[in-house]
Design a protein around this ligand. Structure first.
Ligand SMILES: Cc1cc2nc3c(=O)[nH]c(=O)nc-3n(C[C@H](O)[C@H](O)[C@H](O)COP(=O)(O)OP(=O)(O)OC[C@H]3O[C@@H](n4cnc5c(N)ncnc54)[C@H](O)[C@@H]3O)c2cc1C
Length: 380
């Protein structure tokens, strides 16, 4: 069996590895001329760690990631709203929460995908299929024929647009985010990780390997609000400078040039991920807001599920339908939950924020643990 994968992000590369492990001949096409990820951190929950272990990458992951200590949600003064005990997560789900540098995770996947043919600088235009095969047609006129095609081509997926029409555009979440990784002495903070909630504003941080800290800041804003004239760093210091330690120090320790700024989008849950010999995977199937830190984790679950589905039958259509059955409902629930928790985290009315913080503080532990388990306790 031969598969074409469109996109060499976390979803496409991990799927290439899963399919190769399942005995499939794989070829990857990527529009960018180099494989590159941004300088930011990525939280990988136990569901993702286990998926990577199933791909044979458990040991490689340990080398590039940092297991997190106790963390949770704080208010902007630093008072705990909702604790996340690392001992509970490890005991219940068999793995800690870990943070990896995105570029290092992508390098790890690229290294593991060595030997799989990869065509860079080649953008998919459309696909054509019949009862026996599928052909990918690229903007440069190149063509490739195979038994199946996986659209791992991200939130603005060309494959999704052809499969489902342009009815599923990215929808703006109402807030915008800054991210960066800074060299920072974090030893005096007992390695706490998590995020802090204010009014229409959040700030999160987590230690990454080699004495670095990943941080993000989120603010309500109209879509496409331009960078403030004083620059991102001065603007963020103005917005978050009076928040709890070590937020101001962390922003100050960050070079302006490494601060990334993106508006946040998701895609309304889809009702179909497959069309004959084609399937969607990763953000093309379930682009979600980053509030639960699950977008890439879900893509890794997809990769493992697709590998198993393909291995269990030689009927491509049936395998892809089984993959959709296994994955779509779960991913859709997480798309919706991510959106809701983002709306709650970005509340700006002072009374609503006070109610929110107290509600979360008084949430029974069993209920909170069950919510975590539903998202990260899943084993594919
Ligand atoms: C601010 C922020 C923070 C996040 N934090 C986390 C986190 O902590 N934990 C987590 O699990 N997730 C997180 N996510 C989500 C995560 O980044 C994504 O879910 C994940 O990167 C999606 O991977 P992907 O491979 O599906 O898509 P992408 O990474 O978008 O890759 C798609 C690839 O396809 C290529 N492509 C696109 N169109 C074509 C075409 N027509 N032809 C050929 N190639 C094409 C693109 O160039 C790209 O390389 C976060 C997201 C954001 C925005």
């Amino acid at each position: 069996m031969k598969a074409i994968i469109i996109g060499a992000g976390i979803g496409g590369l991990s799927t290439a590895i899963a399919l190769r492990n399942a005995g499939v001949e794989v070829v990857i096409y990527e529009q960018a001329s180099v494989i590159r990820e941004v300088g930011a951190g990525l939280s990988l929950w136990p569901n993702a760690t286990k998926a990577l272990e199933k791909l044979g990458l458990g040991a490689a992951l340990k080398q590039i990631s940092v297991p997190q200590a106790d963390g949770g949600i704080h208010d902007w003064h630093g008072k705990i709203i909702s604790a996340a005990s690392t001992e509970f997560i490890e005991r219940e789900f068999g793995a800690p929460v870990i943070i990896a540098h995105r570029a290092e995770l992508l390098a790890m996947l690229t290294e593991a995908a060595q030997g799989i043919p990869m065509h860079l600088g080649t953008r998919l235009k459309q696909y054509k299929q019949d009862g026996t095969s599928i052909t990918a047609i690229f903007e440069n006129g190149q063509r490739e024929t195979a038994d199946l095609l996986i659209g791992a081509d991200g939130i603005k997926s060309v494959v999704r647009n052809q499969m489902l029409g342009s009815l599923h555009p990215p929808r703006y979440a109402g807030y915008t985010a800054w991210r960066a990784i800074a060299k920072f002495d974090y030893s005096s903070n007992a390695d706490y990780w998590g995020e802090s909630w204010g009014r229409g504003a959040r700030f999160g941080l987590a230690p990454v390997s080699n004495g670095r800290v990943y941080w993000f800041a989120v603010l309500n804003a109209p879509e496409n609000t331009p960078t403030p004239p004083e620059g991102d760093k001065a603007y963020l210091l103005n917005q978050f400078g009076n928040w709890h330690h070590p937020i101001a120090d962390l922003i100050n320790a960050t070079h302006e040039s490494v601060i990334l700024h993106n508006d946040i989008y998701d895609v309304e849950p889809l009702t179909r991920w497959t069309d004959g010999r084609v399937a969607l995977l990763g953000d093309s199937a379930h682009a979600m807001t980053p509030n639960l830190g699950q977008g890439a984790c879900q893509a890794l679950e997809d990769a493992v599920a697709l590998g198993s589905a393909i291995q269990s039958t030689s009927d491509v259509g049936l395998a892809l339908a089984n993959y959709q059955t296994k994955r779509m409902a779960r991913a859709n629930v997480i798309v919706n939950q991510s959106r809701r928790i983002g709306q709650v985290g970005q509340l700006s009315n002072p009374i609503a924020c006070w109610l929110r913080d107290n509600l979360f503080r008084n949430l029974p532990t069993g209920m909170r643990n069950q919510q975590i388990a539903n998202v990260v306790g899943h084993e594919i």
